[in-house]
Design a protein around this ligand. Structure first.
Ligand code: NAP
Length: 258
């Protein structure tokens, strides 16, 4: 199949692209910095040319910064993607989203919920793949905070998943027929950010002090109650945060020996 991946240079998108190429598909990587298919979701530039002749579109793009800024890429960008996809006859729009995004009163999560709505209401057959936070995201947040010697850790239940395991699910969905529904993928462990921070410190040997951080209000309540987790996912990844971290450490030391 010919498969376009918006955000195909990103954390998830690059892994989905690699996986689908390995499975024998012709993959187009779409992003602002893509040399072959440069597109901008905030303007629509390049989309028609990039999507012409594609069977499937995977949207793994992301928007950062303020909620308003993120919405320009994710919500307005989805409208532009869907319009272009419909114009050139794409058969399946696969949107990557987040488990529980409609349950947490947080700007970015509300943007993701709105993006899902745009996809559901759109005229291109669709499937939404919801994933929990990636191990990669948590490890990178902890490492950034540790630069200051102190890591603030809220009480929040998560079920992080290895990005590669989420990418396999997205690739499976892209190869299948549109569900007009949601597929949810999460990691193997229901755990707490504080426990994950302790695991991260043990495995990486970092000395940063873990400082409990209260999360007040409805957002804190939702995160403590596990709003970003799911009890019965469609797919449960197998690699825990600790196992993933240890594997990363091994790869880093092998790379250091080269
Ligand atoms: N990270 C997580 O833990 C996690 C968990 C669950 C679900 N998700 C969802 O998975 C998706 C991908 O997340 P990610 O963490 O992999 O994102 P990421 O690493 O930040 O990658 C974002 C991608 O979007 C592209 N992009 C950004 N702005 C663009 C624009 N205006 N036009 C075209 N392309 C643009 C970027 O490429 P250029 O900069 O070259 O344009 C890049 O390829 C998002 O929908 C996110 O909500 C993420």
């Amino acid at each position: 199949m010919d498969i376009a991946i918006a955000g195909g240079t990103g954390t998830l998108g690059s892994r989905v692209a690699e996986e689908l190429r390995t499975r024998g598909h012709r993959v187009r990587v779409l992003s602002r910095r893509s040399p072959e298919y440069p597109v901008d979701l905030t303007t629509g530039e390049g989309l028609i040319d990039a999507l012409a002749g594609c069977d499937v579109l995977v949207d793994a793009a992301n928007g950062h910064g303020t909620a308003k800024g993120a919405a320009r890429t994710l919500v307005d960008g989805s409208r532009r993607l869907l319009a272009a996809a419909r114009a050139v006859g794409v058969q399946h729009h696969v949107c990557v989203s987040i488990v529980g995004c409609d349950m947490v009163p947080m700007g970015y999560m509300q943007v993701k919920a709105e993006q899902e709505w745009v996809v559901r209401e759109g005229r291109v057959p669709w499937t939404i793949v919801r994933a929990t936070q990636f191990h990669e995201l948590l490890a990178s947040a902890l490492a950034s905070a540790a630069k200051w010697g102190v890591v603030p850790v809220p009480r929040a239940r998560l079920r992080t998943v290895a990005c590669m395991e989420a990418a396999w699910v997205v690739a499976d969905v892209a190869e299948g027929v549109p569900h007009r529904g949601r597929i949810e993928v999460c990691g193997p462990e229901d755990t707490d950010v504080r426990e994950m921070a302790r695991v991260w410190r043990n495995v990486t040997g970092r000395k940063a002090v873990l400082m409990p951080m209260p999360l007040p209000g409805r957002m804190g309540q939702a995160l403590r109650a596990g709003a970003l987790t799911v009890e019965r996912p469609d797919v449960r990844g197998t690699m825990s945060f600790g196992e993933w971290l240890r594997t990363e450490q091994v790869w880093a030391s092998v790379a250091g020996l080269r």
